[in-house]
Design a protein around this ligand. Sequence first.
Ligand SMILES: Nc1nc2c(ncn2[C@@H]2O[C@H](COP(=O)(O)OP(=O)(O)OP(=O)(O)O)[C@@H](O)[C@H]2O)c(=O)[nH]1
Ligand SMILES: [Mg+2]
Length: 321
Amino acid sequence: MLAQQIIAGDRRALAKAITLVESTRADHAEQAVKLLEQLMPETGKSIRLGVSGAPGVGKSTFIESLGNYLTEQGHKVAVLAVDPTSALSGGSILGDKTRMETLSVNPKAFVRPSPAGKTLGGVTRRTRESLLLCEAAGYDVIIVETVGVGQSETAVSDMTDMFLLLLSPGGGDDLQGIKRGIMELADLVLVNKADGDQASLADQTVSDYRAALYFMQARTPSWTARVNACSALNNEGVDQAWIVIKEFQAALTESGELGSLRAQQARAWMWAETAEELLAGLKGHPEVKSLVPALEKAVLAGDMPAIVAAQRLIAHYKGNQ
Ligand SMILES: Nc1nc2c(ncn2[C@@H]2O[C@H](COP(=O)(O)OP(=O)(O)OP(=O)(O)O)[C@@H](O)[C@H]2O)c(=O)[nH]1
Ligand SMILES: [Mg+2]
């Protein structure tokens, strides 16, 4: 029932399904798994984009501009958030929906704020499943936004086809708090805020990053990272970014890399899910739980090697399942 409604593009049904996926209740988890199984044949038909960058660089403004541009062209756009700060502080990148004012009321767009999760792993796990639900609902461009503070970028690049990194004009990697490892993830670097008196500085920054990327290892044989300028605020360069995204999609489709990338992502996901479930089962086990304080105390005090404590926990779990 819910599955059919989602396939028919019912937004309320989609929102309900995502809530189900995000729920920590066991019965909800069971329903969510069944739903995902039913919807599996309807997934995989979107381009999955990750968008990252330092706080305030203009991610939300860019996504809003790109999203509205794409819906005008007949696309259906879904925006999801992975928010490492919500795992730590309970905050949310998109918690304040007014920050994508026009896109969140656009009937051809679906904007979903970040789920409140305890761990970053938990948050991203839900986001990946939500992404599949959005595909089943017919969204053909899915954008996953994450704030670039160095924790969530890898997770987002592991669930998307293409990774976009936004930078501000001027400054080097370190000045912008962008680590080299994150630069290396980028398939498209956009120097945003290329407007007003920052326009020429933005052009210089584009040249600097083109030079820097020239010496970096390409992520895939069929694509070399690009660097462009844009002004999300003035809707400039956003259409050009879409052209590059389409070129990326065509190049990786033609080489077969898009298919193998997604297959590998799914396999990695299977193991991540297995590990997380097993650990949750172990940690939730009453017998194991009662052992934890003494073992942690002994490990903290340096009285017991960590591996001994770990093996004792596992032995107890296995023996009492
Ligand atoms: N001049 C100029 N300002 C911009 C541009 N894009 C965004 N801004 C401004 O930069 C500020 C931050 O923009 P957001 O889109 O909220 O940035 P964000 O990266 O989503 O920020 P967080 O979600 O807090 O990490 C806002 O005041 C925007 O109006 C741009 O292209 N040019
Ligand atoms: Mg934002």
